[in-house]
Design a protein around this ligand. Structure first.
Ligand SMILES: [Zn+2]
Length: 273
């Protein structure tokens, strides 16, 4: 993907552009011949006065990308509709979707940092970097990213999967949790797995990462080996957990998630044996 983040457009702001327009975390998309195609492109002249907290994101293959919110009162254009980002996976270009995820995080940040967290006065955009500065006390806030770990725990020929209380649907996934201040990523893996299911792990190894815009996580993925303990699920977070072989996997998350990449990695390692 050739996306170049930037603070402002290199060639002025009157050129055709991708517009990632949100309302309540939902993206404005357009139908073409009855088919959902892609985020709303270019001519939003009729909407312009109803767009607030406009931000430039950068350029994708030379085309400028902007994000903004549509006010609650403004009518939705006839050929467009607001959709949740999760509903769009598989329905639009993946690269545009990841920029939409990035856009959603900036929109969310702009919306929740209009006032200073220290003195309560209004903030304004800094001109030299993407940040909000308090007009009174000078406190600076950057877009927030919350690191989280996600881990595939393997015991011989089985993987640990759990159904989270967070998921409305009935799929199983690998364990995940937010990093706490002062903690290393590896310590977080050990703590989360022990807290959620009472299992000890060893040989924690980095696997990959994925920005996860719901609303502002960076998922850092690991693999780990079982080191001891019996499954005892924390009922506030886990509905049920168990060990699954590659041949008897339950319903798991979609292809676009790093959780699924971890599960697919496990299946590949089993097929090799
Ligand atoms: Zn302040």
């Amino acid at each position: 993907m050739n996306f170049i983040p930037a603070m402002r457009p290199a060639l002025g702001d009157n050129r055709p552009a991708w517009w990632f327009v949100f309302r309540d975390d939902r993206l404005l998309v357009r139908f073409e011949d009855g088919t959902l195609v892609r985020p709303y492109l270019t001519d939003l002249s009729k909407l312009k006065s109803a767009l607030i907290r406009k931000q430039y994101l950068g350029s994708l293959n030379g085309t400028d990308c902007y994000t903004a919110e549509l006010t609650a009162e403004a009518p939705v254009p006839e050929d467009a509709v607001f959709k949740g980002l999760r509903q769009l996976f598989g329905a639009v270009d993946e690269e545009l979707l990841w920029i939409a995820g990035r856009a959603n995080q900036f929109v969310h940040w702009a919306q929740t940092h209009q006032f200073c967290g220290r003195c309560g006065r209004p903030t304004r955009d800094k001109t030299d970097e993407r940040a909000k500065i308090c007009v009174k006390c000078g406190l600076i806030n950057y877009p927030r990213v919350s690191p989280a770990i996600i881990v595939a725990v393997v015991r011989k020929d089985k993987i640990l999967l759990a159904r989270s209380t967070r998921f409305r649907s009935s799929f199983y996934s690998v364990l995940a949790g937010f990093v706490e201040p002062g903690e290393t990523l590896e310590e977080c893996v050990g703590r989360e797995v022990f807290e959620e299911v009472g299992i000890r792990v060893k040989n924690v190894r980095y696997f990959g990462n994925q920005p996860w815009p719901f609303p502002n996580s960076l998922m850092v993925a690991f693999t780990a080996e079982y080191a001891g303990g019996e499954i005892s699920a924390d009922e506030s977070e886990i509905v049920t957990a168990g060990w699954f072989s590659a041949e008897e996997l339950p319903r798991v998350p979609g292809k676009f998630t790093i959780a699924r990449q971890l599960i697919d990695w496990f299946v590949r390692t089993q097929n090799r044996q």
